[in-house]
Design a protein around this ligand. Structure first.
Ligand SMILES: Cc1cc2nc3c(=O)[nH]c(=O)nc-3n(C[C@H](O)[C@H](O)[C@H](O)COP(=O)(O)OP(=O)(O)OC[C@H]3O[C@@H](n4cnc5c(N)ncnc54)[C@H](O)[C@@H]3O)c2cc1C
Length: 391
């Protein structure tokens, strides 16, 4: 079901789905087994121009909104790839919002046209640290200004797609936490050109349960030199600039969850119609049908919040509560959909060849990252309901 899409949005949906459908399920199974990045798929997404969807036309993009970008990511997921497809591409979308909003004219002219064509891969965002976890104010990676350079030292945890990026958006402290009045002050954002970083960034790949085709890394940063012109936005105000990446990220990921949830339900329904046990299709049993119907309705409800949040962002409205609620509802609904899909397929639901176990593994991530269910509930309790902060 589509929520009042315009003709243009319907065309995007159909075209992206066509692209996604050109990659058979076997392609994704192999990427998962081999832990291999889907280069061929990403190249097609780039050459069709989809990376430029939400980039302004003056910088070579299509000048559309976050909503259209989210439709692209939803369909890259729903076409069979699951998160192995969309997660290979998605950082370009959310990283670019901060660059569009806070970049200087020189930075935008230098990077955005190449990002739009896929020539420059803007695929990593480095915020999380081992000793800070969800408390971003406690990051200790330090950037010290020395002449016309910042020298950066520290560690980052769980950084995705490091081997597939040319440009990384990095958060570091420019003023230590004990020297600022508010703990969210003193953080700055940097555009790090990975092609020039040499040995200053050492990465150790983590072996994760999810998204095998996308790498996840610990980073060790020693004397990384970043030119002052690569500071994004104002020094010490990076935490606030980062919200223009984090809120879009939540909305984009809610669209991916919706795509994955729909894919899992579709696969389960097809199976439930043709699998005969006790002389009848298993879908005749309400114990199989009702949970699928329930998961379907929850996906559709989550989709409404995703459209609301995306539309608000595109209209320049504050959308923190809506972005968080979209992410919460979509990740929970898709988790239920994938779980019910496994149950519908029985033992085959756990067999690699049937794909559902991959969707089930991948969706688990979305209740933890990029923001966990608990942290969304903390946000809503404090900032929307006005309850006292618990931590
Ligand atoms: C596969 C993967 C890829 C990722 N990619 C990136 C990336 O590219 N870039 C990046 O910057 N980060 C990335 N992350 C990090 C992610 O977005 C989270 O920010 C990070 O995992 C949180 O840190 P932590 O795991 O140490 O959790 P912790 O902060 O240690 O939290 C552990 C648990 O405690 C709960 N918790 C903590 N505090 C509270 C509280 N006050 N109230 C209730 N519950 C609480 C949390 O919800 C969580 O369930 C990735 C993570 C994963 C797993």
């Amino acid at each position: 079901m589509d929520f009042e899409l315009t003709e243009g949005q319907r065309v995007i949906k159909a075209e992206v789905r066509k692209l996604a459908n050109r990659f058979p399920l076997q392609y994704w199974r192999e990427k998962d087994w081999k832990h291999e990045y889907p280069f061929e798929f990403v190249r097609e997404v780039a050459s069709a121009g989809w990376f430029g969807t939400a980039i302004p036309t003056e910088y070579g993009g299509a000048g559309l909104g976050l909503l259209e970008g989210s439709i692209v990511l939803e369909e890259l997921t729903a076409g069979g790839a699951g998160f192995d497809g969309s997660n290979a591409c998605h950082a370009v979308y959310f990283n670019s919002h901060s660059l569009v909003k806070h970049g200087t004219d020189v930075q935008k002219e230098k990077y955005l046209p190449k990002i739009a064509t896929g020539e420059l891969r803007f695929q990593s965002l480095a915020v999380t640290e081992p000793n800070a976890g969800f408390d971003t104010s406690k990051i200790t990676t330090r950037a010290v200004k020395k002449g016309d350079l910042y020298v950066i030292n520290g560690q980052k945890a769980f950084i995705s797609r490091l081997s597939e990026t040319d440009l990384m958006l990095l958060a570091a402290r420019t003023t230590p936490i004990d020297s600022v009045q508010k703990r969210t002050k003193g953080i700055s954002l940097f555009l790090v050109d990975m092609r020039e970083s040499g040995k200053a960034i050492e990465a150790r790949r983590l072996h994760m349960m999810t998204r095998h085709s996308v790498d996840t890394n610990m980073l060790f940063i020693s004397d990384l030199k970043v030119p002052v012109e690569n500071l994004l936005g104002e020094e010490d105000n990076g935490f606030y600039h980062l919200l223009d990446t984090l809120n879009p990220e939540r909305i984009y990921l809610s669209a991916e969850c919706i795509g994955l949830g729909r894919l899992a339900i579709q696969r389960a329904v097809e199976y439930a119609k043709q699998r005969i046990v006790f002389d009848r299709p298993i879908g005749k049993n309400q114990g199989i049908a009702f949970p699928l119907a329930e998961a379907y309705s929850e996906i559709e409800v989550a989709d409404l919040m995703r459209y609301k949040a995306a539309t608000m962002y595109d209209n320049g409205q504050q959308c923190g509560p809506e972005a968080n609620m979209a992410k919460l509802r979509a990740s929970e609904a898709a988790s239920k959909a994938c779980d019910r899909a496994v149950q519908t397929l029985g033992g085959y639901g756990l067999a690699n060849d049937f794909d559902i176990e991959r969707y089930y593994r991948d969706i688990r991530l979305m209740r933890i990252a990029p923001v966990s269910t608990e942290m969304v509930l903390n946000y809503l309790s404090e900032h929307v309901l006005g309850l006292p902060r618990s931590y």
